[in-house]
Ligand binder design. Structure first.
Ligand code: SIN
Ligand code: FE2
Length: 226
């Protein structure tokens, strides 16, 4: 074909026939596949189940419309992210339904933050999202935090998920990566406020969580370091 008609290589096409397609991730976005061993995933899951006994999953709802999310949530740490019809998105020190303070962040997660976050301060919130088969998370930016130097550090447990990440505009180009159990990723630096979300869960891809599904943990710094 004449050079002018040659298809430009993109994330989905490769210039070399039969070669795997290259995926160019946004600047600052980091993916650490297999950051947690199988044993570490089991231990962390036990910690999360303990947290869920003390701080049961709640049903988050969209501000104003009251429409339920397809994920359920809980938190650990001094602050937790919640959303409901009347008061919208916010961080608060107590459980949305029980009013009890959130349990502490497990040491393993604090260790992951120390290893990968590349900042001095500690995280203040860990949002725990539970995705049953069929759940998704629409494209959004994590922007309720007041320390832009701190990344958002995410840990995936259970079934694989198709994750998308783009740039600062909702309409901009996005890349898709599969997040697997034990993977850690970071929205850091220029990608800190990038649009991202979960397109779908791939049921039956992990045996970690009895009954299937996916749990995602995101560590956040909420207040400024100084
Ligand atoms: C989130 O953006 O809060 C969750 C992302 C994920 O589930 O991987
Ligand atoms: Fe997010």
């Amino acid at each position: 074909m004449p050079p002018s008609q040659k298809k430009k290589p993109t994330a989905e096409t490769s210039p070399v026939e039969g070669a795997p397609a290259a995926v160019r991730l946004p600047d600052g976005f980091q993916l650490i596949p297999g950051a947690l061993s199988a044993i570490e995933q089991e231990t962390l899951l036990a910690d999360i189940h303990d947290i869920m006994r003390r701080a049961p999953l709640f049903q988050p709802r969209m501000p104003r419309t009251g429409q339920p999310f397809s994920v359920k949530m809980t938190n650990c740490g001094p602050l937790g992210w919640v959303s409901d019809k009347d008061h919208g998105y916010r961080y608060q020190p107590t459980h949305l339904d029980t009013g009890v303070p959130w349990p502490p962040i497990p040491q393993k997660l604090l260790d992951l933050w120390r290893t990968h976050a590349a900042v001095e301060g500690i995280p203040e919130a860990c949002l725990i999202n539970h995705y049953p088969a069929g759940a998704k998370m629409g494209s959004h930016r994590d922007q309720d935090e007041h320390e832009p130097r701190a990344p958002v550090l995410s840990v995936s447990l259970g079934d694989d998920a198709v994750f998308h990440v783009g740039g600062p505009k909702r309409s901009g180009p996005k890349v898709r990566v599969t997040l697997r159990s034990g993977d850690v990723c970071l929205l850091a630096g220029p990608s800190r406020f990038a649009y991202h979300g979960i397109d779908r869960i791939l049921p039956g891809t992990s045996n970690l969580i009895p009954g299937g599904g996916r749990i995602n943990l995101t560590l956040r710094r909420v207040t400024p370091f100084d």
